[in-house]
Design a protein around this ligand. Structure first.
Ligand SMILES: Cc1ncc(COP(=O)(O)O)c(C=O)c1O
Length: 405
């Protein structure tokens, strides 16, 4: 559609982010985003659940929030309270949970409740791009803490907190993705969780725990949530159905004490997040979640193995990575000379989309030659072909030698 020419530019509010690019569809070999595996989507189960819950309770959609109040559809919050207790060790009730439009909405509510321009937040230095963008947009100072194979390094966290204290800065929170971190897929061990709690308490800092990949550890085991381990409170927890069921459903949640919940609800002015998704999820998950998730994990793990095999075959000794402990991403290091921001353009021209490391890190030097690959949404065949095409671009445009060790 073409619109009559009108110059909106002088009217825009100050401080808007850069304009979005137009959506041109997904490319043939798409290793970007946090997408899920279409073949593992429990479609039949969701169809059955939708039909049964709509026949039984569909008329409730005539009332905002299906008459369950601003925290969202109660049966889904009841399911979550049970699941969080069983899996993450979190003792909470439906009253401690608010359902949101994806956990990104949860990030906005928590950030909106606590952060203002000039505040300091501590994060894993390689971190979820959208969280980094949100902190930048609010105008916070971000302190990145390096990770090793076991996630955020507690020695570095301790030093950073001491350093900030010396400078008279009290950070608002430590934002962490401790269980299958994005992008590194590391899992923070229990001892480090204890240490983080100790440090946070000593410095009067909150912990903001983002746990959206926690269902996807290959072993099916996970350490208790930091939220569950805290004896003094001071932890806010956010989760999502995007990674265990489907990201297009847009259902996430925040767990917080009423003191914080009541502040978040005052900021949640959307008159309720989509109730239809909440109803279908409650109906489906109550009966099927514990059966579905192990099947999803098995499928994702097989794809991770295909990706690793393809990288070894087509890149030889030119790639380095730690094997992921679960999830949907591999965080890959190419030789130092490769700038993955440039690789992004060259690869896209050949129909391969990657996430360049610098967009997933606040350490620009360390992430320059790194990239994130999502293995969930491509088929095994596409993974093989896409990685072969990416290796060809690396050889041709970046002089990467892809011989085996
Ligand atoms: C760490 C992390 N948090 C939050 C989200 C947001 O997920 P959603 O809004 O789909 O629940 C993502 C999505 O990729 C993520 O990786």
């Amino acid at each position: 559609m073409t619109f009559a020419a009108f110059d909106f530019t002088p009217l825009y509010a100050p401080g808007l982010p850069a304009p979005a690019a137009r959506w041109n569809g997904r490319v043939k070999f798409d290793f970007t985003g946090g997408n899920n595996d279409p073949d593992r989507l429990p479609l039949d189960g969701l169809i059955t659940a939708a039909e049964s819950v709509l026949r039984r309770e569909g008329r409730g959609l005539a009332i905002y929030g299906v008459d369950n109040g601003p925290q969202g559809y109660r049966p889904l919050r009841d399911f979550l309270a049970g699941k969080l207790k069983a899996d993450a060790g979190i003792a909470c009730t439906a009253d401690d949970i608010v359902l949101t439009s994806g956990s990104n909405h949860g990030l906005d509510l928590v950030n909106g409740t606590f952060l203002t321009r000039g505040d300091t937040v501590i994060i894993e230095e390689d971190c979820y791009q959208s969280a980094i963008n949100r902190f930048n947009r609010i105008g916070t100072n971000i302190v990145g803490i390096p990770l090793d194979r076991d996630g955020m390094r507690m020695d570095a966290l301790s030093n950073a907190l001491d350093d900030l204290k010396r400078r008279g800065v009290r950070p608002k929170y430590i934002y962490t993705i401790p269980t299958v971190q994005n992008p590194t897929a590391t899992v923070l061990p229990v001892e480090r969780r204890q240490e983080m709690l100790k440090l946070a308490h000593a410095h009067g800092v909150l912990i903001f725990e983002d746990d959206c990949y926690a269902d996807l550890t290959w072993s099916g085991q996970r350490p208790p949530a930091i939220f569950a381990m805290s004896e003094r409170g001071g932890v806010i927890y956010v989760g999502s159905f995007s990674k265990a069921i489907a990201p297009a459903l847009r259902v996430g949640y925040v767990v917080a004490p009423w003191d914080v919940m009541s502040r978040m609800l005052a900021l949640k002015t959307d008159a309720g997040s989509g109730a239809l998704e909440q109803m279908v999820l409650a109906e489906y998950c109550t009966r099927n979640f514990t059966k579905h998730v192990p099947e999803l994990r098995r499928g994702l793990r097989a794809k991770a193995e295909t990706l690793i095999e393809s990288l070894r075959e087509h890149f030889g000794a030119a790639v380095e990575f730690d094997e992921p402990k679960g999830g949907i991403f591999l965080w890959v290091k190419l030789p130092d000379g490769v700038d993955t921001m440039k690789l992004y353009d060259s690869a896209l021209a050949k129909g391969v989309a990657i996430n360049p490391g610098q967009q997933w890190s606040v350490n620009k030097e360390h992430s320059r030659s790194r990239l994130r690959l999502c293995f969930a949404s491509s088929s095994h065949e596409e993974i093989h072909q896409g990685i072969a095409a990416l290796a060809e671009v690396c050889r041709r445009d970046f002089g990467v030698s892809t011989l085996s060790k």
